[in-house]
Write a protein that binds this ligand. Structure first.
Ligand SMILES: Cc1cc2nc3c(=O)[nH]c(=O)nc-3n(C[C@H](O)[C@H](O)[C@H](O)COP(=O)(O)OP(=O)(O)OC[C@H]3O[C@@H](n4cnc5c(N)ncnc54)[C@H](O)[C@@H]3O)c2cc1C
Length: 295
């Protein structure tokens, strides 16, 4: 497995279709080369800065997103949001599964000075957003790894959650996952109920560790940034066979753990993982920031 964001493994896609349980695969709601307009049907507040935006998919379609991949979005009026004369485009990973028919759920954190996140948070039920995809990220193949560490921060949880829900939904999964998920405060932890429920359902295959930068005194879990000691404590060593580390967080966390971005893509392995001896092949990283702006 390399770092390069490559094409989709045919096996992964096949697994997806068969796992949907449908006798005949339903068509995808999306096209890789064209944006489709999706009406917003519901907004479900999650916390002080994050909400789930539920979009309506055409009847009898689902996202059919291969794992791992994301979608890109832009304003329905191409002139509403522009940068240097081109429409602003940002990637998002749905929190609804690939075979969920009729709707698409995006969990979106609002940044005060964020162009797209602020725009989406200003949408009203009945408004539309343009969506295109899939944008392949990492071809996940069942049981390719014995152990996978998922390290994330803030809204970087959604690509990791996509991998987890997909992998753990299979009765044949043997991979053991360890999720290290850092946030500023307890109320910033996204998808906590879902993650806790997954860990409870799969105690042998998933352990979730939440870390907080600024916890209240009552917080019993680990605190501070994810550092060398935390990695050594929770992640399988680089000498362990069939081990993978996936990292998805804000730019500072990515640089400290796995190396800086190079242009729009994640750059060569660096940071703590490199110091500890992990190899390029053992790391997949995607900054939770947009790595494609205008496309
Ligand atoms: C694969 C993938 C999946 C994603 N999935 C989700 C998701 O499910 N939910 C979600 O909420 N987000 C997700 N994101 C992040 C999302 O694409 C946007 O980056 C995010 O919404 C911010 O976009 P914006 O236009 O609002 O902010 P921007 O206008 O781009 O900037 C937001 C703020 O960040 C600052 N900023 C921008 N770039 C940097 C930088 N490189 N370093 C430091 N500060 C910076 C800006 O100054 C501003 O204050 C995902 C990103 C990727 C790559």
């Amino acid at each position: 497995m390399t770092l390069a964001v490559g094409g989709l493994g045919g096996l992964a896609y096949y697994t997806y279709l068969t796992r949907s349980g449908a006798s005949a695969p339903l068509p995808s709601a999306f096209k890789p080369d064209d944006f489709v307009n999706l009406p917003l049907k519901q907004i479900v507040p999650y916390n002080h800065n994050t909400s789930t935006f539920v979009f309506e998919l055409p009847q009898q379609t689902s996202s059919k997103l291969p794992v791992a991949s994301c979608l890109v979005v832009r304003a329905s009026d191409p002139e509403a949001l522009t940068s240097n004369g081109s429409p602003v485009v940002r990637p998002y990973t749905p929190v609804s599964t690939a075979d969920k028919t009729g709707e698409l759920r995006l969990l979106i954190k609002r940044y005060e000075t964020g162009v797209m996140s602020k725009y989406i948070h200003s949408l009203k039920v009945g408004d539309t957003l343009q969506v295109k995809g899939p944008i392949p990220k990492f071809p996940y193949n069942e049981n390719e790894f014995d152990q996978v560490a998922l390290i994330g921060g803030g809204s970087g949880i959604t690509p990791l959650y996509q991998v987890l829900t997909h992998a753990l939904s299979s009765p044949f999964n043997t991979t053991k996952f360890k999720l290290l998920y850092s946030n500023v405060t307890e109320e910033d932890i996204l998808l906590r109920e879902n993650l806790d429920a997954l860990a409870k359902k799969h105690p042998k295959n998933l352990e979730v560790v939440y870390l907080l930068d600024k916890p209240l005194p009552s917080w019993k879990g680990p605190t501070g940034f994810i550092n060398t000691d935390i990695i050594k404590k929770y992640v399988a060593p680089p000498t362990a066979e069939r081990t993978m580390v996936m990292v998805c967080g804000p730019p500072g966390q990515m640089a400290a753990l796995a190396g800086k971005k190079a242009g729009m893509k994640q750059g060569p392995l660096g940071g703590i993982l490199k110091e500890l001896g992990y190899t390029e092949e053992q790391r997949y990283g995607t900054a939770s920031w947009h790595d494609s702006t205008n496309s």
